[in-house]
Design a protein around this ligand. Structure first.
Ligand code: PEP
Ligand code: MG
Length: 876
């Protein structure tokens, strides 16, 4: 017995208890305290979920007892009795993690119904149709969610019932039809499960709570967590809440509301509802909901009360709210509120507006936008010219902005497969469900036939920043033949379509997506991020074009220029190859002489693009075999072209062969063997810097970076070469240019001996790609093949190559930073591995006091915002 409390009445909690009660539970508690009409209930905590897993997927006795005790209290509060024939209490059982994971976990409604209570409910409400409709829904949800009986089998029975009757909608089935359906459902249950549908309410409840705990670890929840950086040990809470019914007839209904428009951010209530329906009908997008303006006409008093509560909640939470509500026979209830998911445009507009409205400070506003969301702002719109002549074949709801173009895929698996194989695909579905998540991630865009702006497809796509058009009823999809038809024209898997997520337009052809334009709010918001952050943000760029793009996105310098990328250019690869096949230093120098002017031009372009911003240029890094062909035919062709014999070139290729090139002859090791390569590159760097300095009067201080160092003497060897060349040129030209020489820390030994290395290095840049590879002993190129097994078996939660492993690799980084500063207190420290653009890794870099992060141009805004958020959360 651990004497811990695991279950809380709503009246015992508040919004600050989110970690314990989950987001939904904490907010239900808060709304209860605010006096908002919330159906009564209690929350089984996230700690109970963790205990369930710790106890080997078992709900312990003490938790069961606590649930029973709370149930008794709930009965007292509501004046109803759970499982009794006298005024039976029915409840919903819903998951609620710390952060909302829409549709990822499970919900069960109408729990407590059985063959007897259904009759009581029928009599009490004088509405037997309602009672049996609720019962058939409960059997269906319980069977699916708790017992794993496929939903499809129940849907089939419903379809058959409608067919027999010759009707189109569920609502056209009468009480007798539903009674019969209940019998059929129970038969199906018995057939699938080998036992009767459980009649005991307490058993139903414990089974349902267990199912919600279990759903925390279902495959789609695991994928969602990985995508959204949600740790597996957070667990989910379970909310048990008195049922209120939106399907009791024409004065009942249910809906979803956003206090501001979640697509545009416009300050205008955005809500949809359905009369005579339960929540799942709205979210599943099976019937198309009404706009809230209609409620104003139909039930003006309820509408007024509704608007007042929405306003109160927004002011209270100081953020746009996403709410679920139900009207039961003319009485309004709020079932949920949370900070609403929104598009990146909406997030920026809302953040900027809330500051203008005096609701938030700039620091608070900075935390309101997910850094990764900014990605979608930087994503394409359609080429205007092509768009002009393109024909709109159908129109749906503009569910999530952006522009997408690809061939059609009709299932999520197919979308993933074809996209993995390099094809651009658009996923077309009747409606999406959470199982489709991987296909939705892989697709360029998502088109659904059914569903409103709050449907699964819409909510998930907005969260991911993916383009989505939903509820496009003009299209007929035949999932069996894998075709869709619009106005008589048929489209198949080989046909292109294009989606405009801003207008909802669907085009039956390919239209090229183009770079986006950035809005005024973006600039305002990002200027606040820049005022706040302590960490500088540089970019990894290898060309003047990338450099200019990055500067537009706010890069403050180049943290990594990989010179090898220039070597692959068509006009220089032959000189590079001459250098590689050279038989002696003289020959090599001759080839390098050809490369020198080209490299100098590269660097001139980059210095000009960056103006006076710092630029770190790395000496050649990859193993030389990468520049040569490998199969005999290509070797033969190249030999001919270079005037060599096949055997000669083949010998060179073989001599360069390595079993593990990533740990082979690369990085500074090349300069140790072939100092002339480093000499040429340093010459190009310094001459280019002097040239641009004189031409543009910029104060340029070149930063020369030596890669893959593991031993200080190795660094010193290459550094001496660089210093000699640089000083000679500076002297020759009679100028006084300063320059820095530093190194990458990307080999564990460099991190371990960073104090020694810092004596020779004026800056460190953490190459966390290689450092991760070498610390884990995972090949950068091959790990992807088996990491999925690690996620499935819950050994790792995320890809250590995209999110820094703070416990392992991070320790090396932190230690090296401390050691480096111990021998060179003002050493400049940065990171240039892929992690430099990952928000949680950026936060880590801020916390350990690095000076800058460096990432690809399109991730620069993400890093700027992540750095500002890190400063707000943890001032330095
Ligand atoms: C690194 O290793 O982190 C790095 C930035 O260098 P590269 O990816 O070029 O090996
Ligand atoms: Mg590297």
């Amino acid at each position: 017995m651990d004497n811990k409390k695991y279950v809380y009445l709503f009246s015992e909690g508040n919004a600050s208890m989110r970690n314990l009660l989950g987001g939904k539970g904490a907010n239900l508690a808060e709304m209860t305290n605010l006096g908002i009409p919330v159906p009564k209930g209690f929350t089984v905590s996230t700690e109970a979920c963790n205990k369930y897993y710790d106890d080997g997927k078992m709900i312990s006795k003490e938790i069961m007892t606590e649930v029973e005790e709370k149930m008794v209290q709930l009965e007292e509060i509501t004046g109803m009795k759970f499982g009794s024939l006298d005024n039976p209490l029915l409840v919903s059982v819903r998951s609620g993690a710390r952060v909302s994971m829409p549709g990822m976990m499970d919900t069960i409604l109408n729990l407590g119904l059985n063959d007897e209570t259904v009759e009581v409910v029928a009599k009490k409400t004088n509405n037997p149709r309602f009672a049996y409709d609720s019962y058939r829904r409960f059997i269906q949800m319980f069977s699916d969610v708790v017992m794993g009986v496929e939903k499809r089998l129940f849907e089939k029975l419903i379809d058959e019932a409608k067919e027999r009757k010759g009707v189109q909608y569920d609502t056209e089935l009468d009480c007798n039809d539903l009674k019969e359906l209940v019998l059929k459902f129970k038969e199906l249950y018995k057939k699938e499960m080998g036992e009767n549908f459980p009649q005991d309410a307490k058993t139903q409840l414990i089974d349902a709570i267990t199912a919600v705990f279990r759903s925390w670890d279902n495959p789609r929840a695991i994928v969602y967590r990985r995508l959204n950086d949600i740790p597996g040990n957070w667990g989910t809470a379970v909310n048990v809440q008195q049922m209120v019914f939106g399907n009791k007839g024409d004065t009942s209904g249910t809906g979803v509301a956003f206090s501001r428009n979640p697509s545009t951010g416009e300050k205008k209530l955005f809500a949809e509802y359905l009369m005579n329906a339960q929540g799942e009908d709205v979210v599943a997008g099976i019937r198309t909901p009404q706009p809230i303006s209609k409620l104003k006409d139909d039930m003006p008093e309820i509408y007024d009360q509704f608007v007042k509560i929405v306003d109160k909640l927004e002011k209270h939470y100081k953020d746009m709210q996403d709410m679920e509500f139900t009207i039961e026979e003319g009485k309004l209830y709020f079932l949920q509120t949370r900070n609403g998911k929104r598009t990146a445009q909406a997030a920026l507009k809302i953040a900027v507006d809330l500051v203008a409205e005096g609701m938030l400070t700039k620091e608070e506003a900075i935390l309101k936008v997910e850094p990764k969301q900014l990605d979608s702002l930087l994503h394409p719109t359609f080429n205007a010219k092509e768009l002009k002549s393109a024909e709109v074949i159908a129109k749906g709801l503009p569910a999530s902005p952006g522009a997408a173009c690809g061939k059609i895929a009709f299932t999520a698996e197919e979308a993933k497969e074809r996209s993995d194989a390099g094809e651009d695909v658009v996923l077309v579905r009747l409606e999406t469900s959470p199982e489709d998540i991987e296909g939705m991630i892989a697709a360029e865009g998502i088109l659904t036939v059914r569903g409103g702006m709050t449907s699964h497809a819409a909510v998930v796509a907005r969260g991911m920043g993916a383009c989505c058009v939903a509820g496009c009823g003009d299209i007929k999809v035949n999932e069996e033949t894998k075709t869709m038809s619009v106005n008589g024209k048929v489209y198949g898997c080989e046909d292109y379509i294009s989606l405009d997520g801003n207008t909802g337009n669907v085009y039956g052809q390919a239209i090229s997506p183009e770079e986006p334009q950035i809005s005024g709010e973006f600039a305002t918001f990002m200027s606040w991020a820049d005022e706040i952050r302590a960490l500088k943000v540089r970019t990894n760029a290898d060309s003047p074009r990338d450099a200019r793009q990055a500067v537009k996105f706010g890069a403050e310098g180049i943290g990594l220029c990989r010179t090898e990328h220039m070597f692959f250019a068509e006009d220089r690869i032959s000189a590079v190859r001459e250098m590689i096949v050279a038989k002696n230093v003289e020959e090599r120098k001759k080839a390098l002489e050809k490369l020198l002017p080209m490299q100098r031009e590269d660097f001139i372009g980059i210095y000009e693009a960056m103006e006076e911003r710092p630029v770190t240029i790395r000496l050649l890094d990859p193993p030389l075999h990468e520049f040569l062909p490998h199969d005999d035919e290509d070797i033969r062709d190249l030999a001919k072209e270079m005037g060599l014999t096949f055997e000669d070139l083949k010998n060179t290729v073989e001599s360069l062969h390595e079993f593990n090139p990533m740990m082979g002859h690369r990085g500074c090791r090349l300069a140790v063997s072939y100092p002339e390569i480093a000499e040429m590159q340093v010459r190009a760097i310094i001459e280019a810097a002097i040239c641009v300095k004189e031409k543009c009067s910029y104060n340029i201080i070149p930063e020369i970076m030596i890669p893959l160092v593991g031993e200080v003497k190795e660094l010193k060897f290459v550094k001496d070469i660089a210093v000699k060349v640089a000083d000679e040129i500076i002297k020759e030209k009679g100028t006084d240019m300063k320059y820095l020489i530093g190194t990458m820390i990307e080999i564990p030994r460099a991190a371990l001996t960073a104090d020694e290395i810092a004596k020779e290095a004026e800056f460190f840049s953490f190459g966390t790609n290689d450092l991760t590879q070498m610390t884990f002993g995972f090949s950068r190129d091959d790990a992807g093949k088996f990491l999925n097994d690690y996620y499935e078996r819950k050994i790792y939660e995320s890809d250590p190559f995209s999110k820094l492993d703070q416990n392992g690799v991070g320790k090396l980084v932190e230690m090296a930073a401390v050691k480096g500063r111990s021998t060179r207190p003002n050493i400049k420290l940065g990171i240039c591995g892929e992690h430099g653009g990952d928000p949680s890794s950026v936060e880590f870099c801020h916390n350990i006091g690095l000076n800058y992060v460096s990432c690809s141009p399109f991730r620069v805004p993400v890093a700027r915002l992540a750095a500002a958020q890190a400063q707000v959360k943890n001032k330095r």
